[in-house]
Design a protein around this ligand. Sequence first.
Ligand code: 5GP
Length: 190
Amino acid sequence: MKRGTYILVVGPTGSGKNTLINAAREAVPGLAFAVSATTRPMREGEVDGVNYHYITREEFMRRVEADEFLEWAEYGGNCYGTLRSEIETALSKGNLILSDIEVQGVRLIREKLPREEYAVVYVDAGSWENLVPRILARGHMSAEDLEKRHQRYLDEASFMAEADYVVENHDGKLDEAIQEFIAVVRKIGE
Ligand code: 5GP
């Protein structure tokens, strides 16, 4: 049976990745979403087992030891990991499975999976100057935290050239970005 494809969606915070992913989940039948495990606290509106599996650091490290993660990374002081079982089940059934992941994780997955089993989609929301107002609109952030985000932005942005697909999500063009993202997901699934 033909194996499925793992779609890795990368992009800086504030790029609107989540909005695009949610739209694709509604529009593309059979598209699975990989629910990662994380040690970060649940945010308002999130649901355990839907957005993430929220676990303690002890439990996270137990799973690392048990080799349950295809990859894991520390980001902003919290751990995030992709569950091997979830990805393998989808790929073996020939399904499309998508996850929202930062660049360290993508680099690890590229080393582990055969080239034909994954595709990297980068969501580009323009320059750092363009993103700052979007990030600040989500709530107050110290100058130090903003600088950390900036460093991460530079790391993520440098990844754009390595992506298989780039979807532009510029201000005021959300509908176009959603349509383009859905088209890319469908194309990967063909
Ligand atoms: P947030 O805390 O805002 O949900 O996510 C923070 C960052 O962690 C985002 O860039 C997201 O893409 C990344 N992330 C979420 N799940 C995983 C995962 O399983 N592995 C890795 N490496 N990064 C993840």
